[in-house]
Design a protein around this ligand. Structure first.
Ligand code: UD1
Ligand code: CA
Length: 469
């Protein structure tokens, strides 16, 4: 822990440009809320304390995040006022703060670590301002410099046409010494285009040094939905690049979506349109996609999952799933299983080597080893009030288009004849036939056809006579 250092995160603004009923900072990037990214990055500074200044309108962030101290800014009067509201929450012994906006999720821990080393060494200054060059500075405060020092920061709305041409912009991230800060903040006015108390006015008055970031992306602030999409693209690129460096192949990395909590082992290939979400873990040598969602699942090695979606399921090794398979929560699939096209499966254990190759619904079930479930099989697990289990033991063969009314147990080695409606348990090794017996009536079809042909000819000639009279 770094003694005397606190992090203050400003999150009290109204986020009007974002146009959301929810707090802007709860919106997600790669499966993690915007504020979560900031908290993750600043944790690397190992501060004594982390304070988040929030407003009355965004208590949802207070409910969501733990392990930080909260300070309320009663009215959003501007960034200087927000920091003023955070200062009383600072513990004794804090003499420096790192200030960052809650809407700057792309800053990296490494960059913050390096900037902190510079801030510590710059003993004669009371502020280190993190800046960056950008070809598109619109919306950002422009940094007016005197050598390595900040002369002033001018907000976009307040810039003269000459100032608008400046491409070095303020990140809204600063290391600040606490001495006299409170007095300086109280002295700030709001005579500017927004009528807000600008923190940047205080920074200009301090002997602020500049720390220029190499990469503007790191300071991207999320003000609008367009910024959110831009940040998502940058994060996706970071995640997929890291995975490729670690041995995962992407056919088109920009066409996949991987959340930050997911992990994929080497030699797996991710095809376009694939989403790997939540805390999914995918093993080695798998083929995922195209067009597949793997959400909070664990998959073993050498699996193929194509055009399918899987939610909260556990998959063994060498499993083949899809196309068009819907694997719903609490499903466990053991090694060498095949789930084929148009199969929906829910809360079911499928044991080794079993096959459900086509057009089936299997829910609340246990499917034994090497079971074969024929096309069109349905487990009727729901009576309108309760769910009931279906147990199909090892080696069972269920013929196509069978309907199994749960609760039901089909004993090991049993056969179910195709087209059966199974309403009772089936003992081991029995054949269950639950359908009407077939009867072939000799020449019956021919007789009916002749009859129908004659009637249709009579009706036709009757109509012609009526038409002629
Ligand atoms: C701010 C900086 C700008 C910088 C940019 C970088 C100021 C005046 N401007 O502009 O120089 O280039 O960030 O992204 O500081 N907030 C409060 N209470 C308020 C107002 C804002 O807590 O009353 C919080 C917001 O929730 C946000 C942060 O402060 O997290 C910055 O406010 P925002 O309105 O987004 O400032 P920018 O216009 O982006
Ligand atoms: Ca902002």
């Amino acid at each position: 822990m770094v003694e005397g250092l606190a992090v203050v995160i400003l999150a009290g603004g109204l986020s009007t440009r974002f146009k959301s009923k929810r707090s802007k900072l709860m919106h997600q990037l790669a499966g993690r809320p915007i504020l979560g990214w900031v908290l993750e990055a600043v944790a690397a500074l190992e501060p004594e304390q982390t304070i988040v200044v929030h407003g009355k309108h965004n208590t949802d962030i207070v409910e969501h995040f733990q392990g930080v101290d909260w300070a309320l800014q009663p009215e959003p009067l501007g960034t200087a006022d927000a920091l003023l509201c955070g200062i009383p929450a600072l513990g004794e012994g804090i003499d420096s703060i790192f200030l960052i906006s809650g809407d700057s999720p792309l800053i990296s821990s490494d960059t913050l670590g390096q900037a902190w080393l510079v801030a510590k060494a710059a003993t004669g200054t009371t502020a280190l301002v993190l800046t960056a060059d950008t070809s598109d500075p619109a919306g950002y405060g422009r940094v007016i410099k005197n050598g390595y020092f900040v002369e002033k920061i001018v907000e976009h709305k307040d810039c003269t046409s000459r100032e608008l041409e400046i491409t070095e912009v303020n990140s809204g991230m600063y290391f600040l010494k606490l001495e006299d800060l409170e007095n300086d903040l109280r002295a700030v006015g709001s005579h500017n285009a927004s009528g807000e108390m600008y923190l940047t006015d205080v920074i200009g008055k301090r002997s602020g040094m500049i720390y220029k970031l190499n990469d503007f992306d790191e300071m991207l602030g999320i003000n609008t939905r367009c910024d959110l999409a831009q940040a998502e693209a940058i994060i996706q690129k970071r995640i997929t690049t890291q995975m490729m460096m670690d041995g995962v192949s992407f056919i088109r990395p920009e066409a996949s979506y991987i959340e930050i909590g997911a992990s994929v082992a080497p030699d797996t290939i991710i095809y376009p349109g694939s989403y790997v979400l939540g805390h999914s873990t995918i093993g080695e040598g798998c083929k995922i996609g195209p067009n597949t969602v793997v959400d909070d699942c664990v998959a073993g090695d050498d699996c193929t999952i194509i055009f399918s979606q899987l939610h909260r399921a556990k998959i063994g090794n060498r499993v083949k799933i899809g196309p068009y398979c819907n694997v719903r929560p609490d499903t466990v699939i053991e090694d060498d299983v095949k789930l084929g096209d148009f199969v929906e499966i829910k809360k079911t254990l499928v044991r080794k080597g079993a096959k459900i190759p086509h057009l089936s619904y299997v829910g609340d079930s246990e499917i034994g080893e090497k079971v074969n479930i024929g096309a069109g099989t349905i487990t009727c697990n729901y009576d309108g009030f309760m769910k009931h289990p279906t147990i199909i033991e090892d080696g069972v063969f269920v013929g196509s288009n069978s309907t199994i009314i749960a609760p039901c147990r089909i004993g090991s080695g049993a056969y179910v004849a195709a087209g059966s409606v199974i309403t009772q348990d089936v003992p081991d090794d029995d054949l269950a036939v639950g359908r009407g017996r077939q009867v072939n009536k000799k020449g019956y079809a021919k007789r009916i056809r002749k009859n129908l042909e004659r009637r249709s000819a009579d009706e036709k000639s009757g109509r012609e006579m009526e038409g002629g009279s």
